[in-house]
Write a protein that binds this ligand. Structure first.
Ligand SMILES: Cc1cc2nc3c(=O)[nH]c(=O)nc-3n(C[C@H](O)[C@H](O)[C@H](O)COP(=O)(O)OP(=O)(O)OC[C@H]3O[C@@H](n4cnc5c(N)ncnc54)[C@H](O)[C@@H]3O)c2cc1C
Length: 434
């Protein structure tokens, strides 16, 4: 009998390569459906591009992340594995607060009034801006959020007569935050999908959810506990060099590695992955005195390097720690770490109670944070040429930006495909017995 049928109470065993959000989502879902799962993660910590890092005896996230209420699959899986979303996430109605002169906040009204009220009462917008923004949302709604041809976000905004002011405070920062790609080159269709699922969704879909714990503890580690509790295995520091290592022992394999690692395991994807270009995300962690706080848990800044800053004291009890996020390409990439720290501090200082310099600081530059989210990006099928091998990862779904939710959804789709395949095998074996 093949080894994969003799393990774990004769349940067929499924291997998941990669312990990021996609891989752990797949592992949890397979476990939930009663399958024996083994996860192989090359790094020392689960989480992949959303993980805890320890450097010089200090612990940070590799990058501050934001979730939104529309991340329904991730939120459901967190509940499934016992990661209490109410405790682990700081939830607030959509709030964009720029101390330099813009403030938008969704009201506690049912959709779409929450959005209408947010735009109508936003500080920093002219009357004509509010009207144009509402008209854009209405036009997209009438198109059922489907463009006839994809174009850049900038082109879409020009087509819908969005003013410079609106772009400056609202659309451009949202595009960069959601797609990690500059509006001039970002896919309008993907941006429109984000607007559909967030601003044009239910009121709670547009809520901002800010982690109150590190990114490994938020989902991947509780997910691993869930898998272990149900008889599965999770290995860290266990890189898989070739699928051949697993073929004998496992009935199916889910390859949930990042896009830049795929071709190493599956050389047939070399040409496809060569078409991807990547965009960086820098997080500058600044440790100030414990009594230093931002005016809000999350603030936006424009005109410099810093795009968003997060108060980890309020969010995670890490008093005085501020995380400054810089997404996509920009002039900051040519600065040394020391220069960048100095610049980010200078940008934050006017919004802090004192101008005292941070006691220490750390720059984490994720050069391949995500693939660029451009129009007509390559579509990759979850199914591969190997009948028993499936792909998962934030890059697989070309309709959604590469995010935690995209990763989780892809993991669930891969798991569903494996479950269906196993079900078919079980049915045909039963047929043979009859
Ligand atoms: C700095 C930063 C900020 C971000 N901000 C946000 C945000 O605010 N909101 C949001 O939703 N998303 C954000 N993202 C994107 C989000 O983190 C990713 O979309 C998501 O984590 C991708 O998950 P994944 O499982 O698809 O891939 P990965 O996280 O890359 O997981 C793949 C895993 O496979 C492992 N692996 C690779 N090769 C092998 C091998 N041969 N054997 C075993 N293991 C292997 C890797 O070590 C890794 O752990 C951000 C990303 C970064 C980097």
């Amino acid at each position: 009998m093949a080894e994969h049928l003799t393990r774990a109470n004769a349940r067929p065993a499924v291997a998941v390569i990669g312990g990021g959000y996609a891989g752990m989502a797949a592992a949890v879902d397979l476990t939930r459906h009663g399958h024996a799962v083994e996860v192989f993660e090359s790094g020392p910590v689960l989480g992949g591009r959303a993980r805890r890092v320890t450097t010089q005896h200090k612990t940070f996230d590799n990058g501050q992340h934001i979730l939104i209420g529309a991340y329904t699959q991730l939120l459901a899986l967190m509940q499934q594995v016992g990661a209490e979303t109410k405790q682990l996430l700081y939830r607030q109605p959509l709030t964009l607060y720029y101390p330099q002169g813009f403030h938008l906040s969704a009201w506690a009204l049912p959709a779409p009034l929450h959005l209408a009220s947010a735009l109508l009462f936003a500080r920093g917008l002219r009357f004509s801006d509010r009207w144009r923004a509402l008209r854009l949302m209405q036009a997209l709604q009438e198109m059922e959020f489907q463009l006839t041809t994809d174009c850049s976000v900038s082109a879409l905004l020009t087509q819908h007569q969005q003013s410079e002011n609106l772009r400056h405070w609202l659309w451009d920062p949202l595009c960069i935050a959601a797609l990690n790609t500059a509006p001039e080159e970002a896919s309008a269709q993907v941006f429109v999908h984000v607007l559909r699922d967030s601003l044009a969704g239910t009121r709670s879909a547009s809520d901002l959810l800010l982690p109150r714990t590190d990114l490994s503890a938020l989902f991947p580690e509780p997910a691993a506990q869930y898998v272990l509790k149900h008889g599965g295995k999770v290995h860290t520091q266990h890189p898989i060099r070739s699928l051949d290592e697993l073929r004998q022992a496992f009935s199916h394999i889910i390859v949930a590695v990042g896009p830049h690692h795929l071709a190493q395991l599956m050389p047939e994807y070399k040409d496809v992955t060569a078409q991807f270009s990547y965009r960086p995300i820098y997080t500058v962690w600044l440790q100030y005195n414990a009594d230093i706080q931002l005016p809000q848990p999350m603030i936006g800044l424009v005109g410099g390097a810093t795009q968003w800053a997060f108060d980890r004291g309020v969010l995670c009890g890490e008093s005085g720690l501020i995380g400054a996020v810089i997404s996509a390409h920009g002039a900051h990439e040519s600065l040394s770490k020391a220069q960048l720290i100095q610049q980010v501090h200078a940008e934050l200082a006017p919004h802090l109670p004192t101008h005292a310099a941070p006691q220490h600081a750390q720059v984490i530059a994720e050069k391949r944070a995500t693939i660029a989210c451009t129009p007509h990006r390559a579509r990759i099928d979850m199914r591969t040429t190997h009948a028993r091998v499936f792909l998962a990862g934030d890059y697989v779904d070309a309709d959604y930006p590469p995010t935690l939710e995209a990763a989780v959804r892809s993991g669930l789709r891969a798991s569903a495909a494996v479950c269906a395949a196993l079900q078919n095998t079980a049915t045909s074996s039963a047929g043979l017995l009859i």
